[in-house]
Design a protein around this ligand. Sequence first.
Ligand code: NCD
Ligand code: ZN
Length: 344
Amino acid sequence: MDKITLLQPDDWHVHLRDGAALQRTVPDMAKQFSRAICMPNLVPPIKTVEEAHAYRERIMAHVPAGLSFDPRMVLYFTDHTSPEEVKKIKKSDYVNAIKMYPAGATTNSEHGVTDISNIYGVIEQMEEHQVPLLLHGEVTHHHVDIFDREKRFLDEVLSPLLQQFPKLKLVLEHITTSEAAHFILEQDRNVAATITPQHLLFNRNDMLVGGIKPHFYCLPVLKRQTHQQTLLEVATSGNPKFFLGTDSAPHSKNAKENACGCAGCYSAPIAIELYAQAFDQVGKIERLEGFASHFGADFYGLPRNSTTISLVREEQVVPEQLDYMDGEKIIPLYAGKTIQWRKV
Ligand code: NCD
Ligand code: ZN
């Protein structure tokens, strides 16, 4: 197949940042995706429905003329989130979920949850009102090896959580391991996962062999090739529990190429083509539409899009760098390399 047409995709996990960054991130997103779940890990984080509505307005101000883009908003869970906020979410037209970052797990997670049992009262409300809980699924104890942090989260946090709240709608974000994929497969339909393009296309060798490549560094960190293989299998299996979430997370070139480089890969401008490349590499391009355009909307209880996009099998070279805020540059995922698909 040299051309495919699919319902316009949605991105169920993206970081757009705020202020001047939106000039870069919002047009890049809106050119490909119809809707996006906008992560709340700003400085300071988005903790209330009111703050989420105001942030959405700032995003909307950067949508290019002629494009339609519907940012779906998320609150940032803290130890002090009120159960009342869940009821406000139910009444909001724009807020869809609450994101839980274990404190210290990733970029801007200092205000995250210190112990999940602190927030069980709010989670009870979320289960009752069927408001999805989005999870950064890694434990943060210093003694736990960074490559084991996702698996340990399944055992120590997620299993007990689901035992207590079996009907909770939950998305394990950006899964990176076979263990996480199998865990999701074993659960009921109320539990799903997003998968990023970097975890489908790369493994830790791409990041570490022949010199450290900071632009591949994201959290959860890339794992070994066998995990990449399992992620490709489940993403292309047609199982609706797995859907698209880029986790596109911009950091300037300087912040990445640094003695203490930031975590996050910027894939927004070419994300759907990267997924097409990954699906095509395993001979499953026909499964892309379900993953990119159906399953996430179905999970969130939102209508599927009605517009379409087309992708053609045609080489394109990803730009070496892009302009970012304050005169800085940003290096996109796959910079300078050739991908085999192009959105037309
Ligand atoms: C994200 C960011 O930069 O905000 N970074 C990342 O490596 N994925 C945060 C996150 O989703 O973990
Ligand atoms: Zn993220």
